[in-house]
Design a protein around this ligand. Structure first.
Ligand SMILES: [Zn+2]
Ligand SMILES: [Zn+2]
Length: 326
């Protein structure tokens, strides 16, 4: 499905089959010399077909189209390698660049499964359960790293790159000051809450990504925005209200996790199994494996935040990390 949002600006809906996100919004800006495509969809048949169809319907050529990838998740970056032509500039942040060029960037996966307590719940270390890995891009050769503040000019859009690390390292939003438009990637979504996770193994976390996420919400809160174009679901006209809701959601989760811990010592996966999730199954046991993984990641990002704040402590026992109140 294609929506003409305004002159030269289109939303292309790319289906994400069997995924709770349902679809990805890819945005296309038609320029006088070069076009820009923002995010792409998974590297799988259904996404490729939808994108090929959109290219035909809008009637543009990949030869003069550059690609902007907001962050490494494969629903955004998966088709970058398939769509890029020899002259295509693929713009993205530094962390994302590494993932686009190197298909082994998840080598810590096995340790993550073990340390988070997921192995004891039956998850193996086989990466193929991870949709991000299964549908990742073929390596991209021509990547242009963008920094916070860089401007990409296309049609009458001056798109300022805004580093909004949190949901992913070096997540980039694009902001057009004169049109008051924000391409928010997965930093701010309307009806669904962006998933947070840790980017490494629980015992060796160096960055509190939830704290980074809060900081990045404040950066967006200070911009003048009338229309927010997120990567999933519908557009937003009041992103400030949504920012408050997202902050509140995470603060509630932090309080909830402190209650769940009580006087016990738990793994990230155990905490996740006791949290409330918006998913259509009756019990934690029925969660699909990939969803268990995302839930544990979300629990661990909050536990890490509490750890950095000094509210909880952790210990490593037989290769598994346990958390308790400080
Ligand atoms: Zn994402
Ligand atoms: Zn996404």
């Amino acid at each position: 499905m294609i929506e003409n949002i305004r002159e030269n600006l289109f939303r292309i809906e790319i289906p994400l089959p069997q995924n709770p996100l349902k679809a990805l919004n890819s945005y296309f800006i038609q320029g006088s010399e070069r076009n820009l495509l923002i995010d792409t969809g998974f590297n799988r048949d259904e996404c490729r077909e939808a994108m090929d169809q959109a290219i035909k319907e809008i009637g543009f050529s990949l030869e003069n189209t550059d690609i902007f990838i907001t962050h490494i998740h494969s629903d955004h970056s998966g088709l970058a390698g398939y769509l890029a032509r020899p002259g295509t500039r693929v713009y993205t942040g530094e962390y994302t660049k590494q993932g686009l060029c190197d298909s082994n960037s998840m080598s810590y996966f096995g340790d993550l499964i073990k340390q988070s307590g997921l192995m004891e719940m039956g998850l193996g270390t086989d990466l193929s359960i991870h949709p991000g890995y299964r549908f990742r891009t073929i390596p991209v050769s021509n990547v242009t790293v963008v920094q916070d503040g860089d401007i990409i000019q296309v049609a009458d859009f001056s798109l300022q790159c805004i580093n909004t690390t949190g949901h992913a390292p070096d997540h980039m939003c694009l902001y057009d000051k004169s049109h008051k438009i924000l391409f928010s990637g997965d930093h701010i979504l309307g009806k669904i809450t962006p998933n947070n996770t840790i980017w490494g193994v629980p015992w060796n976390i160096k960055v509190d990504y939830l704290a980074e996420y809060f900081k990045s919400l404040d950066i967006i809160n200070n911009l003048d925005i009338e229309l927010t174009l997120p990567s999933h679901r519908g557009t937003l006209t009041n992103c400030y209200e949504r920012i408050e809701e997202l902050k509140k959601h995470h603060h509630n989760r932090l309080n909830n996790i402190m209650d769940i811990l009580g006087n016990e010592s738990m793994t990230g996966a155990e905490v996740a199994s006791k949290m409330k999730w918006d998913i259509n199954v009756k019990s934690w046991e029925q969660f699909p494996l990939a969803q268990k993984l995302f839930a544990a990641g979300e629990a661990l990002s909050h536990l890490t935040h509490l750890l950095f704040k000094g509210a909880v402590t952790n210990r490593l026992q037989n290769g598994v990390v346990y958390y308790q109140k400080a």
